[in-house]
Design a protein around this ligand. Structure first.
Ligand code: PGA
Length: 248
């Protein structure tokens, strides 16, 4: 079962998550890191940027892979996940742009794009740690409920719940603007990471967290499919942990 760390605040969640990534980078400077987008990891990226600036945390040999990208958005679009990563993290640290891999939402052939992404992960020896968020509906990356445990990187449709969550003013202004499809790493792709760190903050995530940790192992809650991973840690704030019944 995943290890569970419950923090008082989302600032503490970010500090703990960044510390895990900093330790990984210091012990293996050419680490392969998996990253996520969304509101939840923003403070973690700010903390990693701070560690680079104030403590010289060195990203010069690090390689990164991102979970997903909206289908149809190019990397210059301000809601694309390539733009998000450049803006929140990459431009603040000394990572080499050519060592950052975000799926291309405008690729001519999405199947080839997804295959190439998986091949690149294999070519660098697999992902050392993958950072994840969780959707209100339990999704990880854009693997919506029903996604198989062995799914691979592919073109997927977004559920209405995800479209609504991403057009609540934080990102898109209204649901009609949200792309209906995305390229997403599969659950099987993510589960192959040697270590997984899932973050959740806020009460909107409480039901999904309870289902992921204390419900059955089922594609109905994609995050529950991490229950048998051998090195997975959930870092939660008290609001996201508020519906857990067991003591952690
Ligand atoms: P959020 O998204 O961090 O913006 O809440 C998480 C997710 O959908 O995986």
């Amino acid at each position: 079962m995943p290890k569970v760390i419950i923090c008082k605040t989302d600032d503490e969640v970010a500090k703990k998550a960044a510390a895990i990534f900093a330790k990984q980078i210091r012990s293996k400077p050419d680490s392969v890191l998996g990253f996520a987008t969304g509101s939840t990891p923003e403070k973690t990226y700010a903390e990693l940027a701070r560690l680079h600036k104030t403590e010289g945390l060195d990203f010069s040999k690090v390689r990164t892979f991102n979970l997903d990208e909206y289908w149809g958005l190019d990397g210059d679009h301000n809601q694309s996940y390539r733009y998000f990563m450049n803006d929140r993290l990459f431009k603040h640290i000394n990572i080499k742009p050519w060592n950052t891999f975000v799926l291309d939402g405008t690729a001519v052939n999405p199947m080839l794009e997804c295959k190439a992404f998986e091949t690149k992960i294999l070519a660098v020896g697999g992902v050392d740690i993958w950072l994840l968020g969780i959707g209100n509906n339990g999704h990880i990356a854009f693997n919506e409920p029903g996604s198989p445990v062995d799914s691979r990187t592919r073109l997927v449709s977004l559920t209405q719940s995800t479209i609504d969550a991403n057009s609540d003013g934080r990102f898109f202004k209204n649901p009609a603007d949200v792309p209906r499809c995305a390229l997403s790493a599969g659950i099987g792709t993510v589960r192959e990471a040697r270590k997984i760190v899932l973050l959740a903050t806020g009460s909107k995530k409480a039901d999904a967290i309870a289902a992921a940790l204390e419900g059955p192992f089922t594609p109905d809650c994609p995050a529950s499919l991490l229950q048998d991973h051998k090195d997975c840690t959930f870092i939660l704030d008290s609001a996201a942990a508020s519906k857990l019944k067991k003591k952690y």
